[in-house]
Every structure is written in C-alpha cells, then in structure tokens.
Design a protein around this ligand. Structure first.
Ligand code: CA
Length: 753
C-alpha cells in the first residue's frame, strides 16, 4: 500500500470531538495523501462522505483517474492537489466523475491529450453519471490530440446539478467542442448545471466545423429543456469557428459573460426559451467578431452590450434568422416571440434581420419585438439589412444616431448621441436616454475568471520577441544557430554566401534576416531548404535565395510545411527578398503546404521571384475535400513575379461546410510577367481561387501570362477584382459552382490591353 494517513487530519477530528458528537457525522471521514496511481486505485473504492483525497505534487503520467463515491451535501467527497497547480496530469490522462456530491480542484492537465472522448467527464460510463458535483480551479492547457482531426471534448457535462467553475481552458487545437453539455439521456436533461467564472482562453482558428468553445445540447434533443446557467465567464479570442457558443437546447441562461475579440457568435441554434442577458462583447474591430444570433421560439436577448464588432452575415453583431416552414429538428425553426430589448450596439457594423432567407428558409420572424435598444455608429453607416418580410418584428422606442431604413424608422428615434465611457468600461449616452444597457451592468474582469495561480499567457510567440543573434556567412553556422535558437529569436545573416547542406527544420517562431539587403545569398543542396514543423513559424527578410545548387530532380520546394502532423497553426512571412532560379528541373515550388497544415497568415511583401518552374504558393491540400483548408489570411503585396511556370497562388477550400470565415486573399500592387503558362499548370491560371470567402485583388499588372480563375462555392463570398491591368492575358473568369445565375464578384475598372 502506498497510502499515507495524513497527520493533519487529526486536529479537525479532535475539534469535532470537542464540540459535540451529534454535530460530527464525519468522525470516520479521512484525509489521504496519495503518491501513486496504485495507491489511488486502492483507496478509490472505499471513499466515504467527508473524505478528502489529496494527490501528491508531481507529474502523474497516463492516469485514468476515476473519482466515484456517494458524498452528501454537507459532507462531499473531495479530490484535490497537495498544492494547486503542482499536480500535473500528463501523457494520456483523463478524469471521470460518477456519484454524488464530489468536488475536484487544483489539477492541471498539460503535455498530453486524452485517450478517450473527454479530458474531464461527468460520467464514468453511460450508466454511472455524476450529480451535485463540482470541478473547480482546474487547468487544461493545450491538451490537444496530436491528430487535429481526432475529435474529443475537454469537458463533458452529464448528469444533473453539476458545476464547472473558476477553471482555465486554453489552446484546444484538435477537433471537438471545448466544453459540451450533453443531454443524451433522461438523466442528463433538465440538468441545472452551472458553468461560471471560467477563463476560456484563446482557441485558434480550427479551419473547419468542430471548433466551438461551448455547446449545450445537440439538435437531436434540442426541444428538451436544459436549464443550464452560463455566467461570469470570459471568452478570450475564442476563434475556433463561427459559433463561439452553440445553444441547442431549451431554457438556458447565458448572462454576464464577456466575449473579448472572439470571432464568431453566441448562437441560439436550436431549442426555445433561452435567456441571453447582461453579456458584453468587445470586438475591437477584429475581423469576424460577432455578437448574438437568434433562431427558434421565445428567446430573450436583453441588456447586452456589443461594441466594435465587424462580423457580417450569420456572424453579425446581431442576427435574427429566417426559419424553415415545418423545419426538421436539425434545420432552422422560425423565430417566434423573440424579445430583443435594452441592448447597446456601439460601432457594430452589421445587424441582419430575416437573415438566410432563401427557397428553404422562407419563414420570416413573427410576433417578435425589438425595443429600447441603443444603436450608435461613429462612421454613420447604418448597420441594418434585412432579407425578407420583417413585419413580424415590431420596433418600438429604439434610439439610433444614424437614419435607419424607412421600414424601421418609426421604431427609432434618430438622435445625435454623445457617448461617455463609464467606470465599468462601457459607453453610455447622456442619462436622458434610457435606451441601451443598464448603468449598473457589471463587467467581469479577466482576472476574476479562471484560476489565480496559472498565467493567462499568449498563445503565439511573436516574431522578433526574442534575442538577436548575428551569424557569419557559413551554411553550417546558420543550421546550428537555428537549432540552438529560442522561440522569437532573430538570426541576422552577415553578407556572403550560405550553402545549406541539410533540410532545415523550423520548429519555433524564428526570423531570419539579412544584415544588408540581398547581401546574404543562400543556396541549398536538399530538395527543400526550410521545413516548418509543428510549432514553427518563419519570417524571412532581405534574403537572396537561389535554387542553383538544388538537386536536379522534380518537385523541389524552397519552403514547405511538414507533410503530416501539423497540429499548431503557423505563420509564414517573406519580405524584401529575391528568389531566383528555382528551375533546375520541373515543378520546383516556392511554398507548399502539407495536408492538414493550417496557416494563420501567409504574407509576401516587396519580393522578386524570377525563373520558377513550379507554383509560388500551393495552398490546395485537403484530406477529403470537405473544406479543411490551408490558410486563413494570404497577403501578396508589391511583389514582382517573372517567368513562373506554375500558378502564383492556388488557394482552395472545398466542400460545402460554412463553419469558417476564410480563406481570405489580399493581392495588391503586384506585377506578374509570364506567370502560369507552364504545361503542368493544371488550372491554366496564374491565380486560382476555389471557395475563397474574401478576396481583394487590386492594382496588379498581369502581363503575358495565364488569367485569373475564381470559383465561388458556398457562403456568400466577397470578391473584389479592381483596378488591375491585363496585358495579353485572358480575361478574368468567375464561376458560381453552387448557384445559378450571374456571379456575385465585383469586377471594376480592370483594363485589358
Ligand atoms: Ca459548428
């Protein structure tokens, strides 16, 4: 046995004995300090009300922790850490709770992932669930399955009357909702769970469906009431996908939560009678930040504060959807009896009503009200758009500083509203205006959420945040320096020639920059120079790179990501560099993404590319053509491309899923000469975009090359091709692949010669 009966148990028992025996039902309660998994297993079967099990400080590897017992409300059974934050569950560890009145606290899950379908589950199996139990003060940090498409939950709530609070969840990178409230059996319905004071830290863009931060229910049980309370949580840059929170059950209350720079919305996707109240959304102008999306019956959206939200369409600051007549349970139930009142919408770019109206979603909102809301837009661009009959929404006594559409005008008073920021951080109009959120709205501070003993640190290490290291002109010296560098370091290359003999793996954010522009000249002898591995990001600046010493074989690549196993999103930036003679054999590419690799950002600025026998940016790898695409933001600005046999950019998002916002392409002020004419260039185009959601192609010159080919699929892609000059280049081709009729791209002021 490995049990240690802790001496400190005695004073409390003595104290009990000194009071009266009748008050102390826990004379048999014990405190245990456990230092091994075997010790825990032996103890776990005999836990009694009032028992306290303390895990010894240290790393517990591959611990399949089952915490089961029947506590009472006065005498719960407790599992805790010797010191909060010093008990680390790593490797393939998980926690399951079953029974009643259990309390778990102080644990940290990191350096591993769950081998089962959740990290923390409020059930042992389908029959043994947890009730009246609490998990508090725990951390789950980057505990992501290394196979990004393997789905799991970090927290799965089952049973009834459970609480998950004051915990810190950050960096979920694999597929699956971070926290799920499951209603899949009767024992888990009408659950009255409470989810409060948690810090939902950054969740990176997942790049397809399955990146929600919190989901309550599923469509299947969505007409069932859940009675879950979600309050005083902080959602910090929860960017996984279009739904930050997806409510799919009835009678939940979501209140006093803060959403900070999070892309997506709180979506009332299924289920009726939910209350969304006193929440605060700060978008700070970040792309695709949204607010609240209303679907179904009897929803109340009251006293919410929404500021600086840029999102549009289903990701707007406020969206009221159209429904499907006699909708099946998994489509869109008509909005009926919605009450939307006393909300403040400050600098919210879009408010969309009867959104999603189409042949299927033809049921406009009915019996609904929007009243006492405050809409203030500094830019004076009115934010409302509607897509169907909105006579089912009555507008009363709202105030706006912009003239709204005439159909709404009678419900708005148009006033010049001066705003002042109050002590709670929110803008308020003069006290004569009663519209908008209450003066006493309490905004939870980030520091009041999560745990106090674990840092809320940034998810990504910025380029140039580390040391500057000078390198002499020697290929091996550069390889060694890259190996020894720390994340964020800048390697400065002295003038001279660097012939690189080995493939260079970049497994941390690094900048490699020339001391003087184009005076550090790199050649390489392997089929690839730089390989971005998981956790790596690369910035190149001022380099001169030639393929002259590369192997005389097909399919060389200057830079690629690892071909598999990329869990973490990466960034690749190249500026002020000259790339030439990648043409020793055919299909020599500049940049090639692996399957499942995902770039938050790819940027090419102020470079020249000359004599390339392959493509420049190959961002077209999908595992199953389901829309798991390769890059969120691609920026190509002020470069010159000459004699490129393949495409400048091949950016592809397949499938029909609409859970993501990207990819985005910005291509401005580039000169392309003789790009895309090689016989191996499959799409016969210099720029090939398929399913790209946002494209701005402006002020470029296309000379003597292949044309632009743009294929719209699902979503409502935003495409602007403007002010470009085409010289002996085919005309711009835009196709709608999923809808008939005219394409929706804006082509303006493009000149063909
Ligand atoms: Ca989703």
């Amino acid at each position: 046995m490995y049990l240690t009966k802790q001496f400190s148990a005695w004073p409390s028992m003595l104290l009990c004995a000194l009071i009266t025996l009748s008050l102390c039902h826990d004379v048999n309660a014990k405190e245990w300090l456990v230092d091994s998994q075997q010790g825990y297993q032996a103890l776990a079967k005999q836990l009694k009300p009032g028992d306290v099990v303390t895990l010894k400080n240290g790393v517990w590897n591959d611990f399949d922790l089952v915490f089961q017992g029947q506590g009472t409300s006065e005498k719960p059974i407790t599992l805790t850490a010797q010191t909060k934050g010093k008990v680390i569950l790593s490797g393939q560890s998980s926690l399951r709770l079953a029974g009643k009145h259990l309390v778990v606290s102080g644990l940290v899950f990191k350096d591993g992932f769950t081998p089962s379908n959740s990290v923390i589950s409020f059930r042992r199996n389908k029959k043994e669930l947890a009730y009246y139990s609490r998990v508090t003060d725990v951390v789950i940090d980057n505990y992501s399955n290394p196979d990004k498409q393997e789905s799991d939950y970090w927290v799965a709530l089952y049973g009834q009357y459970n609480r998950f609070d004051h915990s810190h969840l950050v960096g979920k990178r694999n597929k699956g909702v971070t926290m799920a409230v499951r209603l899949d059996t009767k024992q888990s319905q009408q659950n009255h769970h409470r989810i409060d004071h948690n810090y939902f830290g950054p969740r990176p863009i997942f790049g397809s469906n399955g990146g929600e931060t919190l989901r309550i229910g599923t469509s299947h049980y969505s007409l069932t009431d859940s009675f879950t309370i979600v309050e005083n949580n902080y959602f910090d840059r929860c960017d996984g996908e279009v739904e930050i929170i997806s409510v799919k059950a009835g009678k939940n209350q979501l209140r006093n939560n803060v959403f900070f720079e999070s892309r997506g919305t709180l979506t009332l996707r299924h289920g009726n009678g939910n209350l969304v109240e006193n929440n605060v959304f700060f978008g700070n102008g970040v792309d695709h930040t949204g607010g609240i999306r209303v679907i179904n019956k009897d929803q109340i959206v009251r006293n919410n504060y929404l500021e600086g939200l840029t999102g549009y369409r289903f990701g707007s600051g406020l969206t009221v959807m159209n429904g499907v007549p006699n909708s099946s349970i998994n489509r869109y139930h008509q909005v009926d009896n919605a009450l939307i009142e006393h909300n403040s919408l400050i600098n919210v770019a879009h408010i969309q009503l009867a959104a999603g109206s189409d042949a299927e979603r033809s049921a406009a909102p009915i019996r609904s009200q929007m009243q006492h809301n405050l809409v203030v837009i500094q830019s004076k661009v009115q934010p409302f758009s509607f897509f169907d009959d909105i006579s089912g929404i009555s507008f009363n006594q709202n105030v706006s500083n912009v003239a709204v559409d005439s159909k709404l005008a009678s419900g708005f008073s148009h006033e010049n509203v001066m705003l002042t920021r109050a002590d709670n951080g929110l803008y308020y109009p003069p006290s004569t205006i009663k519209q908008g959120v209450s003066r006493d709205l309490k905004v939870i501070d980030r520091a009041q959420t999560g745990v106090s003993w674990y840092p809320k640190s940034a998810l990504n290490i910025a380029f140039s945040s580390g040391k500057t290291i000078k390198i002499k002109a020697d290929g091996d010296a550069l390889i060694l320096a890259i190996k020894n560098a720390s994340a964020g370091d800048v390697l400065v290359l002295s003038d001279g020639n660097y012939d690189i003999r080995k493939l260079v793996s970049i497994d941390k954010p690094l900048s490699i920059v020339a001391d003087s522009p184009l005076a550090a000249r790199l050649t390489f002898e392997r089929s690839t120079l730089f390989e971005i591995a998981d956790g790596g990001s690369l910035l190149l600046d001022g380099l001169h790179i030639s393929g002259a010493n590369s192997p005389d074989s097909t399919g060389n690549t200057l830079i690629r990501t690892k071909k598999w196993g990329m869990l973490k999103n990466y960034r690749f930036v190249m500026r002020n560099s000259a790339i030439e003679d990648l043409n020793i054999n055919h299909s020599f590419h500049v940049f090639d993404s692996g399957l499942g690799a995902f770039a938050d950002q790819i940027e090419l600025t102020n470079n020249t590319f000359t004599n390339v026998s392959g493509d420049v940016l190959r961002l077209n790898k999908e595992i199953e053509d389901l829309g798991i695409y390769n890059a969120e933001y691609v920026v190509i600005h002020n470069n010159t491309f000459s004699a490129i046999s393949g495409a400048l950019v091949n950016l592809y998002r397949g499938g029909s899923d609409e859970s993501t916002f990207g990819p985005h392409l910005t291509m401005t002020k580039n000169v392309l000469n003789d790009v895309g004419l090689g016989k191996r260039n499959k799409h016969r185009s210099s720029v090939y975009l398929h399913g790209v959601q946002v494209s701005h192609i402006d002020g470029n010159v296309f000379e003597h090359g292949a044309g632009l080919r743009i294929e719209h699929t699902v979503g409502e892609p935003v495409t602007y091709v403007t002010n470009n000059r085409l010289v002996q280049t085919p005309k711009i081709a835009v196709k709608e692949l999923r809808s008939s009729g005219q394409h929706t791209a804006t082509l303006l002021n493009n000149k063909s010669q």
